[in-house]
Ligand binder design. Structure first.
Ligand code: ZN
Length: 104
């Protein structure tokens, strides 16, 4: 059965605010905190992938991450020294350079 993460609205909740519960997929999401009876909301993400991955970690692992800033404009938050900070649709020279990342 999958494990879901929940966030409790009660700031004094003994769970510390976030807890996980193993439930069948067909079960409804919890509405009441099993720790304090407060109101809870399911956090929509698999628990196994909940560890935050920072941009510098991604960059160090060879990923390129583009964040949409405007229509057709993406910030390359993992830009290498010689890369353009912004990728603009239709401007291939501003695209992240995969060749720079594949060094070994
Ligand atoms: Zn609670």
């Amino acid at each position: 059965m999958p494990t879901y993460a929940y966030e409790c609205a009660n700031p004094a909740c003994p769970s510390g605010g976030v807890f996980s519960a193993t439930q069948a997929m067909r079960d409804d999401a919890l509405r009441v905190c099993p720790h304090c009876g407060g109101e809870v909301a399911r956090i929509i993400r698999p628990v196994g992938l909940s560890a935050p991955i920072g941009d510098s970690d991604l960059k160090g692992k060879g990923f390129a991450k583009l964040v949409r800033r405007d229509k057709g404009v993406y910030e390359n938050v993992t830009a290498l020294d010689h890369e353009s900070r912004y990728y603009r649709a239709g401007r291939p020279e501003t695209m992240p350079d995969i060749r720079l990342r594949v060094g070994d």
